[in-house]
Design a protein around this ligand. Structure first.
Ligand SMILES: Nc1ncnc2c1ncn2[C@@H]1O[C@H](COP(=O)(O)OP(=O)(O)OP(=O)(O)O)[C@@H](O)[C@H]1O
Length: 302
């Protein structure tokens, strides 16, 4: 079943086209990523999904509802966590959950939700006393308190340390395992690769591709990269002569070899024949980062 349908969405702010003919669909139970650099139009797109913003053109359906015309009905089934919480500093975790629960016809009980999100010990803590990770977990709890069928999570892990980020990723997977459809806005490629079933890659307001992270990475070419420190001088010409090898670059004591096919096997057997050990060997596949560069012609920071 299709939960979200975005069809030729356009939105401009004055002269600036923020969302330019964006179309995609999200299926039930998916974790769907909206991925792109700062200013790509991701937040504007999800604001149109949640009814916070009206589109100039195009149509949006969420769970069969029009986010603007059916805003109240949508609020009951769509949980939204946006970048700014807007919570007052002095509100406690418990009070915030009770307040948000009062907005819904059939809220879920707060206690088990706090438990799942690791907030029980912080029930009496004020918002301003929470760590970044705890604030984000509260934001997820507030998006889930209404018992939604779908949630939008916007830049959930920005500013979190790697440990808190991983905890949050596990929580997002837990939400999906309950059957809730998740739209995840992010500019972290690794986050999209780890979590998302499919991803819409957005650049300058336009969708450049929609696919699984693996398919997007593969579309950038089946390149692999090996890095290691050889235990003895290398015959670079012999390496370059291997059909799998595309390039050999020296970086100080390290050698970086890019190539295709069975690159690792071809290189390691050549090294073994010459009794050279590849110390600190690391192998990288093409990533969404590479896909982004291949599809847009520029890196994410541009
Ligand atoms: N209310 C507004 N008025 C004018 N311009 C806006 C407004 N909101 C966003 N923009 C502009 O529209 C473009 C898209 O912004 P948007 O916030 O949707 O991008 P984003 O991909 O979510 O970026 P980020 O990752 O930085 O949050 C940007 O150039 C932004 O400056």
């Amino acid at each position: 079943m299709t939960v979200i349908e975005v069809d030729h969405l356009h939105k401009r702010y004055g002269d600036l086209v923020a969302v330019d003919d964006v179309s995609f669909t999200v299926g039930e139970g998916e974790i769907f990523g909206i991925l792109g650099p700062n200013g790509a139009g991701k937040t504007t797109t999800v604001e149109c999904l949640s009814g916070l913003r009206s589109a100039d053109r195009g149509s949006v359906r969420v769970l069969g509802l029009d986010p603007r015309a059916d805003r109240e009905a949508l609020r009951q089934v769509l949980g939204v966590q946006l970048q700014e919480s807007g919570l007052p500093d002095r509100i406690t975790v418990r009070e915030a959950l009770d307040l948000f629960a009062s907005f819904y016809a059939r809220p879920v009980p707060a206690a088990p939700l706090m438990d799942r999100l690791g907030l029980t010990e912080k029930a009496g803590a004020r918002y301003k006393q929470l760590s970044g990770g705890q604030k984000q977990r509260l934001a997820i709890a507030l998006a889930m308190i209404g018992g939604p069928r779908a949630v939008i999570l916007d830049e959930l892990t920005t500013g979190l340390d790697p440990h808190a980020r991983r905890t949050t990723w596990d929580l997002v997977e837990g939400i999906r395992d309950e059957g809730v459809t998740v739209v995840l806005v992010t500019h972290f490629m690794a986050e999209a690769e780890r979590l998302c079933d499919r991803v819409a890659l957005i650049d300058s307001g336009r969708v450049v591709a929609v696919d699984t992270p693996a398919a997007l990475a593969a579309s950038a070419g089946q390149t692999q990269r090996m890095r290691f420190r050889p235990s003895a001088p290398l015959d670079e010409a012999a390496l370059r002569a291997l059909p799998e090898v595309v390039s050999v670059v020296r970086r100080g004591p390290q050698v970086e070899i890019s190539g295709t096919g069975n690159l690792v096997q071809a290189v390691t057997s050549l090294l073994a024949r010459r009794q050279i050990i590849a110390a600190d060997l690391r192998v990288e596949q093409t990533t969404l980062d590479d896909a982004f560069v291949a599809l847009t012609g520029h890196s994410r920071s541009v």
